[in-house]
Design a protein around this ligand. Structure first.
Ligand SMILES: [Zn+2]
Length: 365
């Protein structure tokens, strides 16, 4: 759906596609001054702290660039201080740039230069269902990875992982994208997958000791709908998988699959939106945190420092449930996008996993 603008011939704002937020073209209007007024969508009952997803396409069918005014109405205003940046993906996401923005009283005013072509305006560089399926295809049939379909979502989308390593080794489950806007984890995984596929000697020791299950997108229905936090069934995959799985077929199938593994280790990857300086690595094992902090790669080039810290797990989280049932060692990351392009996040993921995985291979649970 393209919303044209009488003041700017050839320009349109597009919504309604996979992962767009808002999905509803009625939430994008053009006022009498030619300003695009965009209402962000936050699903009912989602906590305000998740109101960060925005994903629109800007089209220019003309031959010259045009400077277009936008006014974005966020679903809430308490987190304005975190909304001081956005990303534009030129040429349908081929080249990403961070934009410095400001929000006040829940509104971001911006003028954006739209070159000829189709470009994406996002809170975080997009990683949609199509990107997820392409990632599974790219690595799913390539050594050392095999693709395993763990479950089908409530709307019948695939919830799949890429497995690698020694089937008799200790198991690590890695999940990302419990929440709709948090795309960092998938880029991190893609970075490490490319490394592991290209340099098998470098990962041979890890592969010999660990049995690795990587899930690049667990809340796939939420992503498709452009939701900020919750699955369309209302379940928060980050905090409620263990207690509300019965309300969502995808959640139920995923929990059953993970319970069947009885993993020794579980890492859930999120991405914080602000403050932007800390790459958080969390566990409740003080020894692991100290060992990680001692080896963690320098991230100052990304304007980040490591924040390794203890955490109180959500009661309904699958991390809590696994810890209780199987004595699983739980871990969680929150990697912010700010000042990073997709290539930076892929490199960050490669270095993060190359730090963590050797530690876990030797770790005494
Ligand atoms: Zn999250």
């Amino acid at each position: 759906m393209n919303i044209t603008n009488p003041k700017y011939p050839g320009i349109s704002v597009e919504t309604g596609y996979d992962n767009a937020n808002p999905q509803d073209a009625g939430m994008v209007r053009v006022d009498e001054d030619g300003v695009y007024a965009v209402r962000q969508f936050l699903e009912d009952n989602a906590p305000a702290g998740y109101s960060f997803h925005l994903n629109l396409a800007l089209n220019n069918s003309g031959a010259k660039p045009a400077k277009v005014p936008l006014r974005i109405f966020w679903a809430e205003s308490n987190y304005d201080y975190c909304r001081d940046y956005m990303y534009i993906g030129y040429d349908a996401g081929q080249a990403w740039r961070m934009l410095a923005t400001q929000a006040a009283q829940g509104v971001t005013e911006m003028q954006i230069v739209v070159p000829p072509g189709r470009h994406l305006l996002c809170c975080h560089p997009k990683f949609d269902v199509g990107d997820y399926l392409a990632l599974l295809d790219r690595f799913g049939g390539t050594a050392p990875f095999e693709r395993i379909v763990a479950a089908r979502s409530a709307e019948n989308r695939v919830i799949a992982c890429l497995r690698c390593g020694n089937p008799a080794g200790r198991k690590l489950v890695v999940t990302t994208r419990a929440h709709g806007y948090e795309t960092a984890g998938a880029y991190c995984l893609a970075g490490w997958f490319a490394y592991a596929a290209a340099q098998p000697d470098r990962v041979a020791e890890i592969m010999n000791q660990l049995n690795l299950y990587f899930f690049p997108m667990i809340n796939v229905d939420a992503v498709a709908h452009g939701n900020c936090c919750l699955a369309p069934t209302g379940v928060n995959f980050g905090r409620e998988l263990a207690v509300r799985g019965g309300e969502d077929a995808g959640a139920r199938g995923l929990v059953d699959f993970i319970d069947g593994l009885q993993p020794e280790f579980y890492l859930d990857m999120h991405n914080n939106t602000g403050p932007h300086l800390s790459d958080a690595f969390r566990s409740d094992d003080a020894g692991l945190l100290a060992a990680f902090a001692a080896r963690a790669p320098d991230r100052s080039r990304d304007q980040k420092v490591w924040g390794a810290g203890q955490v109180k797990w959500d009661e309904g989280s699958i991390l809590t449930a696994c810890r209780r049932q199987f004595n699983t060692l739980p871990m969680l990351t929150e990697f912010p996008w700010y000042a990073r392009a997709p290539g930076d996040m892929a490199e960050h993921g490669r270095e993060f996993f190359n730090t963590l995985l050797p530690l876990l291979a030797d770790w005494q649970v």
